[in-house]
Design a protein around this ligand. Structure first.
Ligand SMILES: NC(=O)c1ccc[n+]([C@@H]2O[C@H](COP(=O)([O-])OP(=O)(O)OC[C@H]3O[C@@H](n4cnc5c(N)ncnc54)[C@H](O)[C@@H]3O)[C@@H](O)[C@H]2O)c1
Length: 333
């Protein structure tokens, strides 16, 4: 039976993907160093999947341990989530970002090469496009990183292209995610970063309605958008998780390297998301307008047609469902 190694599988996207893989009877093993997740995530995944969770506490930069894990579990493919992901943190501490994201990926790829595993699914990001020249963005849009975080994703994509050029029996897919929000229907798992570690919009909104923060910082209301706030393509986390299941099927069937946008194709502003959340929760989200944040662009939403056609994947959930599941998660935790 094939076994999938999930690096960073206890993080936001990895944990939701693990529940889908379990539902589809895929065998997997998680490698995570717990640098950005809580320890109770193991129990929560076990509760949802009603299965034992096979995992190793391990840093992806530890190549020898990865080799041992791959051999012990007869790993056949890898989904690589483990990374540092804060744009603002990457501007303050680029060294750390290149060290974990780039060196960490090289370590994982080296372990794969030495064990003969050649199927690789990589978590890339819409951040690679920078300030878009056009929207919706398709995969041929030029790559223009605005910050070190985005640069690490571009470097890794280039490394993967070079590996495939040198060894044509690799099968690689890079999924360029847009903005995942929402939570698993159980309300047990969701976007649950270690305190102070994330500035993603939904966890920030939740902090305000839970009284942990006085207001939501809206970075810029002078963008050239209808309400002046930034527009993003918010995608339900379970839709994003499902894309991994489809992409695994894709890499199982062919060698090559492919890039896919994973988004809904719809742009939603910060104020629209805030309003949708207020409608669902019945609560008011106070805001404070601040200056634009370095490294942010005005509008960014996907053209997901390539993934719709080639991966046979399409987003199913709407903004209301994204807010409802986030709110349920916030109330259960
Ligand atoms: N969440 C988003 O908005 C978003 C958008 C685009 C792309 N991505 C990418 O998707 C991937 C997953 O994102 P996420 O939101 O689930 O992040 P996350 O921080 O919730 O999860 C990452 C997981 O990797 C682990 N990890 C970090 N460094 C590690 C290391 N050196 N060794 C082993 N484990 C390590 C963390 O403990 C965490 O559990 C990342 O590569 C991220 O860059 C995320």
């Amino acid at each position: 039976m094939s076994c999938i190694l999930i690096s960073g599988g206890f993080g936001y996207i990895g944990s939701h993907t693990a529940t889908i893989l379990s539902e589809k009877n895929h065998k997997y093993v998680i490698v995570d160093n717990f640098s950005n997740c809580k320890r109770d995530i193991v129990d929560k995944i076990r509760k949802i999947t009603k299965n034992k969770v096979c995992y190793y506490e391990c840093d992806i930069r530890d190549t020898q341990s990865l080799i041992n894990i791959i051999n012990e579990n007869k790993v056949t493919s890898v989904i690589h989530f483990a990374a540092l992901k804060s744009v603002s943190e990457s501007l303050m501490n680029p060294f750390e970002y290149y060290e974990v994201n780039v060196n960490g990926t090289i370590s994982l790829l080296r372990a794969m090469k030495l064990t003969g595993v050649k199927k690789f699914l990589f978590s890339s990001s819409a951040a690679v496009y920078g300030e878009p020249d056009f929207c919706p963005i398709d995969e041929n849009h030029s790559l223009k990183p605005l910050n070190p975080y985005a640069q690490t994703k571009i470097i890794i994509e280039s490394i993967l292209k070079d590996i495939y050029e040198a060894e044509k029996n690799w099968s690689v897919v890079c999924l360029r995610y847009f903005n995942p929000i929402g939570a698993h229907k159980s309300g047990l798992i969701g976007d649950d970063p270690l305190s102070g570690k994330s500035a993603n919009l939904m966890p920030e909104i939740i902090k305000v309605v839970k009284g942990i923060k006085d207001y939501l910082n809206v970075f810029g209301n002078d963008y050239p958008t209808p309400d002046g706030t930034g527009i993003r393509d918010y995608i339900h986390i379970m839709d994003l998780a499902e894309a991994h299941f489809k992409a695994l099927d894709f890499i199982d069937k062919r060698n090559g390297i492919s890039f896919f946008n994973i988004g809904t194709g719809k742009g939603v502003s910060v104020l629209e998301l805030k309003k949708a959340f207020e409608n669902v929760s019945g609560l008011n989200v106070s805001i404070k307008i601040s200056n634009r944040r370095q490294g942010d662009c005005a509008v960014c939403y996907a053209n997901p047609k390539k993934a719709n056609v080639m991966l046979k994947w399409k987003s199913k959930y709407d903004l209301k469902q994204m807010c409802e599941s986030s709110w349920k998660f916030a109330n259960r935790n």
